[in-house]
Write a new protein. Structure first.
Length: 183
């Protein structure tokens, strides 16, 4: 999904992923790739790769995204807002981790927010070249694979992780709605 989003963003000079989703995702990856990295080296490397890919998407957004509100007429204002949101989101992720110690639940909650942002973007973005079916399918496939892994290994069934039993179907439902809307 990342490679396609970066290629399409560069080609069309438009961010095919909602800016808020990129900010939230990159800030989560910053916290969990570097501040509280997972024990498994492969997972740690994956998080770090995703972080740098999200930074590239953020750079595309700051280069080509028009300010969403007419009163934010300068790109500088948009950059300050995006970077401020990134910093605040990182602090929020850090707080939630310190309070609950459940990064996997936080990740799925973030994924649910991202799915909602994708759906909301359809109403806000009349240009059909920005949201693509391929990106939607890749997002759903990635979420589905991680969800299936959590269900198979029993992670979602432990009392501490039971919120996943709500989050996983909710994400997949929103992803299905988004895919159907693009179809």
């Amino acid at each position: 999904m990342y490679a396609l989003a970066l290629w399409q963003g560069w080609r069309d000079r438009v961010l095919p992923i909602p800016l808020a989703a990129v900010v939230l995702n990159a800030s989560w990856e910053l916290v969990f790739a570097f501040r509280h990295p997972p024990a498994r080296r492969s997972t740690r490397l994956m998080y770090r790769l995703w972080f740098f890919l999200d930074l590239a998407l953020l750079a595309l957004a700051l280069l080509w995204t028009a300010p969403p509100i007419a009163s934010l007429s300068t790109r500088g204002t948009l950059i300050v807002i995006a970077l401020g949101a990134f910093a605040l989101a990182a602090v929020a992720h850090e707080y939630l981790y310190a309070r609950f110690r459940a990064p996997e639940i936080e990740a799925f909650a973030l994924n649910l927010i991202m799915s909602a942002l994708f759906c909301a973007r359809l109403a806000d973005h009349p240009d059909p070249s920005a949201p693509t079916l391929a990106i939607a399918l890749l997002k759903a496939a990635g979420t589905g694979a991680i969800s299936l892994a959590n269900l198979i290994d029993g992670a979602a069934w432990s009392p501490r992780r039971r919120p996943l039993l709500f989050l996983i179907p909710a994400i997949l439902l929103l992803d299905a709605i988004y895919i159907a809307a693009l179809w």
